[in-house]
Unconditional design. Structure first.
Length: 236
């Protein structure tokens, strides 16, 4: 399997682990590999979408950037699952809070992904498909988070195609329906995983609030990110 290449991932013989952490930012993937993994080896540089494989507490794990939006994460996760045999895909990202009680730096476990993208049209579902996270990864992450004293919320998240929305009320009805936070990748990740019978989970740190308008600084995000990272790494 290690000699496989795809248009977007060329590992040159470096193995990709069955469990992979997926930040949006490829430089974040590099940071995670260099900070938390033992013996990290780079497996991808195509389009600067850096990926690494190493070990964490003796277990093999990979980490790779996904880029932003369903289209980008859709490509990478499809190739990881179908060409490289990846079985557990854990997105670690940031989101905007859609609820008053979901505060900056809180962690959200995306139990389900709602969306405004057209990504799901390819499956020709005669209705609205709901997209759950892997129950196994979700419960495991929740238990690890509880042990670490993380402030977590578990529920529905919104995967949006649009960051700068022309409609200033676009989030209003998602908020009313109890959606916890907005990000831009979970639907494509969950759909690809479900269609292939593998496991996926989205773990998010709240980086801004669409309720209060508050934002975090990059330095503050780093600290909050570490807690989320620790949960994700323990899933390996
Ligand atoms: N919208 C979409 N994605 C995001 C946001 C947001 O406000 N914050 C972090 N990721």
């Amino acid at each position: 399997m290690t000699n496989v290449q795809t248009p977007h991932i060329k590992p040159n013989g470096v193995e990709i682990a069955e469990t992979i952490l997926l930040p949006g930012d490829p430089l974040r993937a590099k940071f995670i590999a260099e900070t938390f993994l033992e013996n990290p080896v780079c497996f991808n540089e195509v389009r600067g979408m850096l990926g690494y494989t190493g070990t964490y507490k003796g277990k093999k794990i990979s980490v790779m950037g996904t880029g932003m939006g369903p289209g980008s994460i859709g490509i990478y996760t499809y190739e990881l699952i179908h060409f490289f045999g990846v079985k557990n895909l854990i997105r670690i990202g940031t989101c905007g809070s859609l609820q008053e009680n979901v505060k900056l730096y809180d962690i959200i476990l995306g139990m389900a992904s709602s969306t405004n993208t057209n990504y799901l049209h390819q499956y020709n579902i005669p209705g609205q498909l709901s997209l759950p996270a892997s129950f196994e990864l979700l419960t495991k992450a929740h238990n690890i988070g509880l042990e670490k004293g993380a402030k977590m919320h578990v529920g529905n998240i919104l995967c949006s195609d649009i960051f700068y929305n022309a409609d200033k009320d676009a989030m209003k009805n998602w908020m009313k329906m109890g959606v916890l936070g907005v990000e831009m990748e979970s639907t494509a990740l969950y759909a690809n995983a479900i269609a292939a019978g593998v496991n996926a989970l989205t773990i998010l740190t709240v980086s801004d609030s669409l309720v209060t308008g508050e934002e975090t600084t990059p330095e503050e995000r780093q600290t909050a990110f570490t807690k989320m990272m620790e949960i994700a790494l323990e899933l390996a």
